[in-house]
Design a protein around this ligand. Structure first.
Ligand SMILES: Cc1cc2nc3c(=O)[nH]c(=O)nc-3n(C[C@H](O)[C@H](O)[C@H](O)COP(=O)(O)OP(=O)(O)OC[C@H]3O[C@@H](n4cnc5c(N)ncnc54)[C@H](O)[C@@H]3O)c2cc1C
Length: 449
């Protein structure tokens, strides 16, 4: 029997949600966790690989043990790259069974506030009260389909998210839109399952390079261009090792930088399954899409060529993700309107808490507040340890009094909350970062889009 009223409810059982549950259990904080364990990773197609390196894809644990590379080695599997999504899913499930066997494999269908607490409704119909709620649903609600394709009949256009059936595309003309990892991996799999594939990429395709492994690099190279959990380079090294700094950059610098940094770039090991196998048209966009005699009629604009028409049976959109709080269907409208935003993402305190006291967000949705690191599994370590420490803290008396006076949904003013005031060192680093992290068209790529 689970309690109907808990201190903390975690929504999501991926690397972020599971990592947080492991930390809360260790600290003795009462909680319940909802979601299908490692669902995102179990739902990835077979024969597809992680973009991140093995050491950058561990689920955080307080003792730092049972890392992903350790798991791979103990099973006689590759522990650096490329590593299959399925291996990561199995590692996560093993960790879950060992440390968080009480995960409830069910969906939250509604989340609202009632006085000082939150009320969650589960798909089983059960209602659960929680003092604090952490939303860790990854990219589940955010697949993006470009407007020009959105009007096509259902079934004619599909996003790459959650697609595992490729057999039904055999002998069909399939247009794959996008130039990142997901688009090209899906294109390769569709081709290998007998589809006639054509890829349309809006810009150039930036293939990831196949460099030497870390221990094969010269010491001087390792110092000049250090490796980090999100790629090579000093910028990435700073983002990993001083993760809270991004939070203190002014939003007008942090948000454009976060959008551009580590943009789409398919991995080197995919190239032999793409080059010469099917056409990849760069700098090409679809400007109009209609249905004509049971075929899709697509008007294409290709740079240097002009506009022309093609037909297809199906379009697969590998067009990335768009974080938008409003799209998380289980958050009630009233609660969502209380959450202050950076653009469409929640504005988070340095503890990942939103302007609604007790409501936290982690994972890619936190990137507008914390920069690119939290878009990846590598960011879970920082997010989990920060949130767990905050949840373990005694309630801030000033904050509680302030909220009582100001009313629900109002955050404690930054100047009045000692926790939000930057130290001189933080300010100095922040100023330095502001200059060195200007977004540039040559920003490094290695993102998994
Ligand atoms: C195609 C693709 C490839 C990627 N490759 C990499 C990579 O190689 N390396 C890397 O670091 N990152 C990668 N990412 C990014 C990665 O998915 C995110 O960093 C990741 O989602 C973080 O884990 P998470 O725990 O936040 O979410 P997820 O692992 O996505 O977990 C989401 C959880 O939320 C649960 N959930 C959703 N809705 C509800 C609900 N209503 N009620 C209850 N539970 C719910 C799900 O069941 C699931 O348990 C990739 C993303 C995509 C889309």
């Amino acid at each position: 029997m689970y309690p109907s009223s808990v201190d903390v409810a975690i929504i999501g059982a991926g690397p972020n949600g599971l990592g947080l549950a492991i930390y809360l259990r260790k600290r003795g904080i009462q909680h319940r966790i909802f979601g299908s364990p490692m669902q995102t990773w179990r739902d990835m197609p077979k024969n597809m690989n992680l973009k991140s390196l093995g050491f950058a894809t561990s689920i955080p644990t307080p003792d730092g043990r049972t890392t992903f590379p350790e798991y791979c080695r103990s099973h006689g599997l590759e522990d650096y790259e490329p590593i299959e999504f399925a291996t990561f899913a199995e590692y996560g499930l093993t960790l879950q069974q060992d440390h968080v066997p009480y995960v409830e494999d069910t969906k939250v269908t509604d989340l609202k506030r009632a006085n000082d607490q939150f009320v969650l409704t589960l798909e089983t119909g059960e209602r659960v009260r929680a003092k604090r709620v952490v939303v860790a649903v990854g990219l589940t609600y955010f697949p993006r389909i470009p407007e020009v394709l959105a009007g096509l009949p259902a079934g004619r256009v599909e996003h790459t998210w959650g697609r595992t059936d490729f057999d039904s595309y055999a002998n069909k003309d399939v247009v794959v839109v996008g130039g990142g990892s997901s688009a090209l991996e899906h294109a390769a799999l569709l081709h290998e399952h007998g589809a006639r594939v054509r890829v349309l990429a809006r810009s150039r395709v930036y293939w990831g390079g196949h460099g030497p492994r870390e221990w094969e690099r010269k010491l001087i190279d390792r110092i000049r261009v250090p490796i980090s959990s999100i790629g090579h380079g000093r910028e990435n090294w700073v983002l990993q090792h001083i993760p809270w700094l991004m939070h203190y950059l002014p939003a007008e610098k942090r948000i454009p930088f976060t959008r551009k940094h580590l943009g789409p770039a398919p991995a080197w090991w995919l190239r032999e399954r793409v080059d010469g196998k099917f056409p990849v048209q760069e700098k090409t966009v679809i400007v109009q899409a209609t249905v004509n005699d049971d075929k899709l009629a697509l008007r294409i604009r290709e740079e240097g060529v002009g506009e022309y028409d093609i037909s297809a049976d199906q379009v697969v959109a590998g067009t990335g993700y768009e974080v938008d709080l409003e799209r998380i269907t289980f958050i009630s409208k009233e609660l969502a309107t209380e959450v202050r935003r950076w653009d469409r993402a929640p504005k988070l305190s340095r503890h990942f808490e939103s302007s609604v006291a007790g409501l936290y967000f982690m994972g890619p949705i936190a990137a507008a507040s914390f920069g690119p690191l939290v878009r990846f599994v590598a960011g879970a370590d920082f997010a989990v340890s920060t949130i767990a420490a905050h949840l373990a803290r005694r309630p801030n008396t000033f904050g509680a009094v302030w909220r009582r006076i100001a009313g629900p949904g109002v955050s404690v003013p930054a100047t009045a909350n000692p926790e939000r005031v930057m130290s001189q060192t933080e300010r100095n680093y922040s100023r330095h970062l502001q200059h060195s992290l200007e977004p540039s068209p040559r920003s490094p790529r290695s993102h998994w889009e």
